[in-house]
Design a protein around this ligand. Structure first.
Ligand code: UDP
Length: 161
């Protein structure tokens, strides 16, 4: 049926999610990915890399004056991270609630940080906290051609083969 523009949901909203070095070391990459796939979001970008201090300074520019910033740099550069772009309706807000409070003590069981984290300085994952913030973070971490606009097989004949 007919739908007005205002009522049609934005299924193209995107967010940046990262499995931080502690999550990679603890073999939690698959579990983190599985949660977002299961919720119904679409993975449109994925890579593993060693973070540079330069990109981190841009990513965490709002925290540069904090006393924990030097430790945060050491932590985030201590090993590889897995960095992803996820797409879907309300993906920023929904993944933030799936990730849980910054401090795992405040994150309820069932959230990534509530299930896998103990301390605020080792909280397993990153998730963008606003649609605007996500846009900037995706531009910072990904080249345009690294993001793939694939169509779900739900709409394709290949599903039935
Ligand atoms: N962080 C920390 N100590 C603190 C607060 C934050 O080590 O007291 C780290 C933690 O890894 C957190 C990151 O800094 O995820 C970014 O902090 P932010 O406030 O942006 O929280 P987030 O958006 O990650 O929940």
């Amino acid at each position: 049926g007919h739908r007005s523009a205002s009522s049609s949901p934005d299924i193209r909203e995107r967010t940046l999610i990262a499995v931080k070095p502690d999550g990679v070391q603890r073999r939690l990459v698959g579990k983190v990915i599985q949660r977002f796939e299961q919720r119904g979001f679409k993975l449109v970008g994925l890579k593993m890399l060693q973070v540079s201090e330069d990109i981190l300074a841009q990513h965490y520019s709002h925290l540069r004056a904090k006393p924990f910033y030097p430790d945060l740099v050491d932590y985030m550069t201590s090993g590889p991270v897995v960095i992803m772009v996820w797409e879907g309706y309300n993906v920023v807000q929904s993944t933030r609630s799936m990730v849980g409070h910054t401090n795992p003590v405040e994150a309820p069981p069932g959230t990534v940080r509530g299930d896998f984290g103990l301390h605020v300085s080792r909280n397993v994952v990153h998730a963008s906290d606003s649609v605007e913030g996500a846009k900037g973070e995706i531009q910072l971490w990904f080249q345009r051609q690294e993001i793939l606009n694939w169509e779900s097989c739900d709409q394709a004949i290949s599903c039935e083969l």
